[in-house]
Design a protein around this ligand. Structure first.
Ligand SMILES: [Zn+2]
Length: 348
């Protein structure tokens, strides 16, 4: 580089084209440590914010229990009765967390997953109870069938064991309508069937629910990080796996296509799941769609931090706040995380 150019610009800091010329300035004129010297200076130039208002707290609500049932692989997270879910939702709200995401464990499962759209189903009952107690809390409901089907797949299974995409769309639409009618503020399809955002949007609109937003799990990968969730939601597939509908972790370009398609079909928010192994896609989807982007910091990501912190290998608070800040820095507007309540307390 030409030392003269750098020195001239340094004497006239307001002049010229900073993006072009200032990049040629190097040590000793440029010392990035100057702005790291104090907490106040670091705060002044911090590029990324993390607030309780960015977080969504996921909850597992179970039919027919009257106490909390701890989930072994997710210390601090329990399966909840409706009454416990109401109080836990209130706790989240009081910590400044604006939204909860509900997953249901039904009384019974069947081939079709009919508990998913039952007007008296577990998520519908919990939604009504939470909205009645905390009207200002945003209730997001998971739209999928795997928690309700006897085989544990996210759609209708044909006799040859494959999942029938188009037959599933009808059932997902019914589920979304029943949840919205129960008071869900946002519905969140997580099944990864083709065309489900458009089908759900059309069904909601036809039912007069045109103001209910859709948070689409647009790029949901077939991930090993879902292990603890499957214990929590009792939703492991009885046979096979979900790779014929969830995405291949190797595919980034395809994730962009999924996000674009969901946007065209009427999604209001697009989401990447899991978060940490896919931060590149959070950034690319944010940049390329301009949509509000969610990222799901999943059960396995939570379990890793909890296990390492429990063993004394990591400082839990510092680790969690770094993880969540990184997800925000990558471009996520919204983070769904089991750490939400702890993080909100630490951020106060
Ligand atoms: Zn599912």
């Amino acid at each position: 580089m030409e030392r003269g150019v750098g020195a001239r610009v340094a004497r006239h800091p307001g002049r010229g084209n900073p993006g072009g010329i200032l990049d040629t300035m190097a040590f000793p004129q440029t010392r990035l440590r100057r702005l790291r010297a104090t907490r106040q200076l670091r705060g002044l130039i911090r590029e990324t914010s993390l607030e309780p208002a960015d977080l969504v707290y996921p909850m597992f609500v179970a039919h027919g229990i009257d106490r909390r049932e701890p989930i072994a692989a997710m210390p601090g997270i329990d399966r909840l009765s409706i009454a416990h879910a109401v109080s836990e939702a209130g706790e989240a709200l009081s910590l400044g967390i604006p939204a909860v995401l509900l997953f249901g464990l039904p009384a019974a499962k069947d081939e079709e997953g009919s508990g998913a759209w039952d007007e008296e189903g577990i998520v519908q009952l919990a939604t009504r109870a939470i909205k009645e107690a905390h009207p200002e809390l945003i209730v997001i409901t998971d739209v999928c069938l795997c928690e309700y089907t006897s085989h544990g797949h996210c759609g209708v299974v044909r006799s040859d064991g494959t999942v029938d995409n188009d037959a599933t769309l009808e059932l997902l639409s019914r589920t979304a309508i029943s949840q919205a009618r129960a008071g869900a503020d946002v519905v969140a399809p997580s099944d990864m069937m083709d065309g489900r955002v458009g089908a759900i949007r059309g069904a909601l609109d036809e039912d007069g629910l045109c103001e209910t937003p859709i948070l689409a799990y647009s790029a949901k990968f077939a991930s090993a990080f879902y292990g603890p969730f499957r214990e929590a939601a009792d939703s492991a597939p009885a046979f096979g796996d979900r790779r014929s509908y969830q995405m291949d972790p190797a595919n980034g370009g395809e994730a962009l296509r999924e996000a674009r398609l969901d946007t065209e079909e009427g999604a209001d928010i697009v989401m990447v799941k899991p978060a940490l192994p896919y931060l590149d896609l959070v950034r690319q989807i944010k940049d390329q769609t301009g949509m509000p982007v969610g990222a799901y910091n999943v059960s396995g990501e939570y379990a890793m931090v909890k296990a390492a912190a429990g063993a004394g290998y990591l400082d839990e608070q510092a680790t969690v706040l770094e993880v969540l800040t990184s997800i925000r820095r990558a471009g996520a507007d919204i983070i769904i995380t089991y750490h939400a309540k702890d993080a909100a307390r630490w951020l106060r």
